[in-house]
Design a protein around this ligand. Structure first.
Ligand code: SF4
Length: 94
């Protein structure tokens, strides 16, 4: 899967949901590059902005998309920001 295909999959994932891909396309592309790089290294599409500990449990937790609605950045976004996953790949629809 290449970057464009991955972004298309993410777009499809957001359809009919209360979140969407970050409108900052450059940010999304950087994250897609990171996910694909980790997939090449570890065989799994892992979160590009959080560290694992090598355990299987942590890898499952860091599979992208993750369970981001439990993140503090989703539940209690900083003032002036909208809810988002930790990396800012997915943001809440307005
Ligand atoms: S924080 Fe965002 S980019 Fe990271 S795994 Fe979760 S959904 Fe993916």
């Amino acid at each position: 899967m290449n970057k464009e295909e991955l972004i298309k999959v993410w777009e499809t994932f957001t359809e009919k949901n209360d979140f969407m891909l970050n409108p900052d396309k450059k940010h999304v592309e950087v994250l897609a590059d990171g996910v694909l790089k980790l997939e090449k290294k570890h065989g799994l599409k892992l979160c590009p902005c959080r560290l694992g500990d090598g355990s299987f449990e942590k890898k499952v937790e860091l599979l992208c998309p993750c369970n981001f609605k439990t993140h503090e950045t989703w539940l209690n976004p900083k003032k002036g920001m909208i809810s988002r996953c930790w990396c800012g790949l997915f943001v809440k629809r307005k």
